[in-house]
Design a protein around this ligand. Structure first.
Ligand code: HEC
Ligand code: HEC
Length: 310
């Protein structure tokens, strides 16, 4: 066993030192693995209370953070197993990577700012202030999940998987077939999700109740990586890479709430924020210009604000 650990450690050093790619290739996955603490090990302290609150916000986001959420998704809708599952952008792996530079807004983001973006885009809502109790609880939960993890290290399972480029260009018609066969049963024929009475059981994938055009999941690469590793729920891994690309394209070729950074026109907004093959915003698909008929950003929050008082 000793020789194994030396070899593995040497590979990590080789990667860190930027040595030749062939030396790095010796390690199948050079990223160290990590297991977050079990829920049962959470101490019954004042700090533990806030960690639990953070977990509840993560699981029941519209109920627990009503003022900041415009759709019916939860953080856990895209970060499975309460933010624990590898390859589902787990929270323990994210915690140790902030503060970090982000190309999306071209500066170093604190973790609080990163989470503000989740509310504005993925939750189609409004960013809480950096010191809002909602963000303090979420960060406490993440900190606890990352207990004893190394700081500044990309851990195995971090983020979503990056699939190799598809063999054939991602295709709407093939994607719709994958969708009908594997996804519609839960997410609905129109991507609208499913409710049981007032309670959401399956989240919407597009339309007014989904994430908006500014969210990371609208990028086809992110969606393909997420879907390949996590969907269909309970049968993850059954889709081929090509099927994951096709269905990700299909999902993101539908209207969703407007990008809250919208300026001037769809074309100008595309040029500023979506100028990449990874985004279909501002592209015409089946005769429809995506982004030209989007429900307003902010969803339920906007509707609530527009209601007459009393
Ligand atoms: C619609 C799906 C979706 C929802 C809902 C969602 N996220 Fe995410 N999240 C993503 C995607 C996609 C990324 C990767 C984005 C990127 O890098 O462009 C991400 C990234 C993150 C990251 C950074 C991960 C890393 O390794 O750097 C954190 C932290 C995070 N989300 C927290 C949250 C929290 C907290 C919530 C709830 C308030 C939330 N997310 C809701 C899809 C979602
Ligand atoms: C058995 C039901 C089921 C099937 C089938 C299924 N999903 Fe999901 N999906 C879910 C549930 C439940 C969640 C939220 C996970 C959670 O809350 O723990 C989810 C989450 C998602 C999300 C992130 C949240 C959102 O609303 O954007 C995407 C994207 C997604 N599924 C795409 C797909 C695709 C594409 C397929 C088909 C390949 C598929 N799903 C098949 C149940 C299902």
């Amino acid at each position: 066993m000793k020789s194994f650990s030396i070899t593995r450690a040497m590979c990590i050093v080789a990667v860190a030192a930027g040595l030749s790619a062939s030396a790095a290739a010796l390690a199948a996955d050079p990223r160290p693995s990590f297991t977050p603490p079990s829920a049962a090990s959470l101490p019954d302290t004042e700090f533990g209370k806030i960690v639990r609150q953070g977990e509840q916000i993560f699981l029941h986001t519209p109920q627990m953070a009503e003022k900041f959420v415009g759709n019916n998704l939860n953080c856990v809708s895209c970060h499975l197993d309460a933010g624990r599952r590898p390859d589902s952008a787990p929270m323990w792996a994210a915690y140790v990577l902030y503060p970090a530079y982000r190309a999306k807004n071209e500066h170093v983001n604190t973790l609080a700012e990163r989470l503000q973006g989740c509310f504005r885009f993925s939750m189609n809502g409004k960013a809480p202030a950096a010191d809002d109790p909602t963000l303090i609880a979420l960060q406490s939960y993440m900190f606890w999940l990352a207990s004893k993890a190394p700081t500044g290290v990309v851990l195995e399972g971090q983020g979503y998987r990056k699939l190799p480029p598809p063999a054939q260009k991602a295709d709407y018609v093939r994607g719709s077939e994958v969708y009908g066969q594997y996804c519609a049963v839960c997410h609905g024929a129109q991507g609208e999700g499913q409710k049981n009475g007032k309670h959401w059981v399956f989240p919407a994938l597009w339309g007014a109740d989904s994430f908006n055009w500014g969210a990371g999941m609208h990028q086809i690469g992110n969606a393909a990586g997420f879907i390949k590793a996590n969907m269909p729920l309970g049968q993850a891994g059954m889709l081929s890479d090509q099927e994951a690309w096709d269905v990700a394209y299909f999902m993101n070729a539908h209207e969703r709430p407007q990008d809250p950074r919208y300026t001037e026109s769809v074309a100008a907004t595309r040029a500023k924020y979506h100028d990449s093959d990874d985004s279909l915003y501002g592209i015409e698909v089946n005769g429809h210009l995506l982004g030209s008929d989007s429900p307003p950003a902010g969803g339920r929050l906007i509707q609530a604000a527009a209601k007459p008082a009393g």
